[in-house]
Ligand binder design. Structure first.
Ligand code: GUN
Length: 283
């Protein structure tokens, strides 16, 4: 039986460290604020935004929520982003994705001040990640790195396979593993012999968005298996990209869904907001 990586516990530890630092900053009169913008009424986004507000409260940040109607125009949203860019009480800005279809993510993200872009989605921050000179790490990949670290596994020299090449997870995940000196392969829908490639991995990160796609024959005995997926199975139950029941005997370490990567993403968002706040306040 694999060791199950407890994302909730690792996330709680990270948030507690942040809370203590925030307490110290408050004693010096420094307050940190995160603005979260949600457009429309996507139910999943509403849950994510609520969780982000709760996390802000738990660590001691001020949180500013802007819930805009689905019909919001690009001009209106850009005007809000501009206002938040200029607001000294706001250290971090997060525009919840996906946006309604008539709004272009790229245009909106490109208008967030890079030093307030706590998602690390702005091209300036993406470029910094590429060259290894970053202040913000993309939240989900950074959370995955913390989970790998929590197992005591050294990334250097390991075969690391990432399934999925999205801008939000797959690509930055590969860069972070590479910065830690892993030997990294990015796989995707056109990859030949995907199963064999994955079965080489000492560290396998699944971020593909297909329920229970990764079965035991995709993994190497004793591998660290990290599941970024968040899907519904045939019974409507939350599940990952990894078939947990099938893989749990063979993996060395494995994350559950829910309770693995999910809680880490928010902890890393809090970490980025703290970094932004400290930089803005010169501490
Ligand atoms: N939607 C799903 N995940 C995320 C995230 O990490 N950041 C933003 N802005 N939107 C998301």
């Amino acid at each position: 039986m694999a060791n199950i990586i407890d994302g909730k516990a690792v996330s709680a530890r990270v948030k507690e460290e942040i809370r203590q630092e925030v307490e110290g900053l408050k004693a010096k009169g420094v307050e940190i604020g995160l603005a979260v913008v949600i457009v429309g009424d996507d139910p999943a986004s509403q849950v994510y935004v609520k969780n982000k507000e709760k996390a802000c409260e738990a660590v001691g940040f001020n949180s500013f929520k802007y819930a805009l109607p689905a019909e919001t125009t690009e001009e209106e949203l850009l005007a809000l982003v501009d206002k938040l860019n200029k607001d000294d009480k706001v250290d971090g800005i997060l525009v919840q994705l996906p946006l309604p279809k008539h709004l272009d993510d790229k245009i909106i993200i490109n208008n967030i001040r890079p030093d307030k872009d706590v998602d690390a989605f702005h091209p300036v921050n993406v470029g910094k990640i590429m060259i290894g000179d970053y202040s913000f790490l993309p939240c989900t990949p950074a959370g995955v790195m913390e989970l790998i670290k929590s197992t005591g596994t050294e990334v250097a020299g390991k075969e690391c396979v990432v399934i999925g090449r999205s801008n939000i997870v797959g690509k930055p995940q590969a860069m972070l593993l590479l910065h830690e000196n892993g030997t990294v392969t990015i796989t995707h829908s056109k990859t030949k012999n995907l199963k064999e490639v994955c079965a080489r991995a000492d560290i396998l990160v699944a971020a593909v968005g297909r329920a229970k796609m990764v079965t035991a024959d995709y993994i190497k005995e004793g591998a660290v298996v990290i599941d970024v997926g968040m899907n519904r199975d045939e019974n409507g139950k939350l599940c990952g990209d990894v078939d947990f029941e099938d893989c749990k005997e063979k993996a060395g370490y494995i994350t559950p869904v829910p309770g693995g990567v999910g809680p880490m993403t928010i902890a890393m968002l809090m970490k980025n907001t703290l970094t932004a706040g400290k930089e803005h306040h010169g501490v």
